[in-house]
Design a protein around this ligand. Structure first.
Ligand code: 3PG
Ligand code: MG
Length: 419
């Protein structure tokens, strides 16, 4: 059922508490925390501009990192307020707490069109515990609740779930923001009855992370193309040798079941026919955790399904790139989640970038709907400069996976239905 959205509300002069996902990658530079990727902030601008134009008093709340109930200055949202003000071209006030007298007073002074960002809600343990008293405190700040934090909607926390329950109980409205609405549309409705052929590309390290998504998509997809280290668990399940590749030996049973289900349903389930492999070598250097740095040496194409003992798979190979590109270019709907190899290393990024290009081309030439399921595949697309050339890129990581599994996200369930 469709959710109530900000467009259904009358927000003029009202205090609107908006949960956003500003959990953005940051880095310390010259003693300052600097935002590395502001996509998640950028994607909330339509909701914020809409609310401001409607004369709402906007109170933003968000989390950053996992401070576990402690104030941690490196996880303060203050730099986000500055960035947001820059992007919106209007002031964004910041208060260094998220509940209590000072916050209530500041919120009480807001004028229509003002924006206030509260400090990291995870400075309080009560947030992740979804503590009812804490949710009451947050709810005290506003008349209306809007959730635009799709990326955090799989968490049943006070700011994503509890507060909505409190506001709804006292007769206040709880609606989806415009980003939330788009996420639910593309990852949900659009994949319910996808235009065919529907091609799914799944990569990443672990079968265990993706098996439920695979299981669900086997009901809808015409073809599933597998890449990433997941490949080697499937290969192991089929009796091949995987050398030193990353594998989950205890997941070969679920891998086999997926292969059987694909066969029974007539879904083409493709594993790479060739791979890039490299030889891992321990060096004298130590990483941040004090463990020896492993260098990947002697990269080469391995066209055999078996990988020699000393080597590990690091990317899909050229023959696989060709096969996958052919499939992608015929697709009318494409869902992509997870890289094809260790794309952070340019030597092993070829497969992932080739898939990115094929997806973009299918979108342009074949008018395919291309939906990118968040996380590393979004990073890969952005790194290759192609991010704006697909139909939709999710801002969710874990949330998009859980949603694609068909699970009800607590942050979505807490919003009112549009009846
Ligand atoms: C994310 O970055 O995936 C979301 O913001 C959720 O963060 P969490 O995994 O720390 O709950
Ligand atoms: Mg996460």
């Amino acid at each position: 059922m469709a959710k109530l959205t900000v467009k259904d509300l009358n927000v003029r002069g009202k205090r609107v508490l908006v949960r956003v996902d500003y959990n953005v990658p940051m880095e310390e530079k010259d003693g300052q925390m600097v935002i590395n990727d502001a996509t998640r902030i950028h994607e909330t601008l339509p909701t914020l501009e809409f609310l401001v134009n409607q004369g709402a008093k906007v109170i933003l709340m968000a989390h950053l990192g996992r401070p576990k109930g402690q104030r941690d200055s490196s996880l303060s949202l203050r730099p986000v307020a500055a960035k947001l003000a820059d992007m919106l071209g209007r002031p964004v006030a910041f208060v260094d707490d998220c509940s209590g007298d000072k916050v209530e007073k500041t919120a009480g002074l807001l004028q229509p069109g003002d924006i206030l960002l509260l400090e990291n809600v995870r400075y309080y343990n009560e947030e992740e515990a979804n503590d009812p008293a804490f949710a009451e405190k947050l709810a005290k700040l506003a008349d209306i609740y809007v959730n635009d934090a799709f990326g955090a909607a799989h968490r049943a926390h006070a700011s994503t779930e509890g507060v909505a329950r409190v506001i709804a109980k006292r007769g206040g409205q709880c609606a989806a923001g415009l980003l939330m609405e788009r996420e639910l549309k593309f990852l949900g409705d659009e994949l319910e009855n996808p235009a065919k052929p529907f091609v799914v590309i799944l990569g990443g390290a672990k079968v265990s992370d993706k098996i439920k998504v695979i299981d669900r998509l086997l009901e809808k997809a015409d073809a599933i193309l597998i890449g990433g280290a997941m490949t080697y668990t499937f290969r192991l399940a089929l009796g091949a040798k995987v050398g030193k590749s990353l594998v989950e030996p205890d997941k070969t049973d679920v891998a086999k079941l997926a292969l059987e289900k694909a066969k029974a349903r007539g879904v083409q389930f493709l594993l790479p026919s060739d791979n890039m492999v490299a030889t891992p070598v321990k060096t004298d250097k130590l990483n941040k955790k004090g463990k020896p740095v492993i260098e990947l040496t002697n990269p080469r194409v391995n066209s055999d399904v078996d990988i020699p003992d000393a080597e590990e798979g690091v990317d899909i190979g050229p023959a696989t790139i060709k096969t996958y590109t052919d499939f992608i270019q015929k697709a009318k709907t494409i869902l992509w989640n997870g890289p094809m190899g260790i794309f952070e290393d340019p030597r092993f990024a070829v497969g992932t970038f080739a898939v990115a290009r094929a997806v973009v081309e299918a979108t342009r030439k074949n008018e395919a709907k291309s939906i990118i399921g968040g996380g590393d595949s979004v990073k890969a697309l952005n790194n290759s400069g192609l991010g704006d050339q697909v139909t939709f890129m999710s801002t969710g990581g874990g949330a998009s996976l859980e949603f694609l599994e068909g699970r009800v996200l607590p942050g979505v369930a807490a919003l009112a239905d549009n009846s």
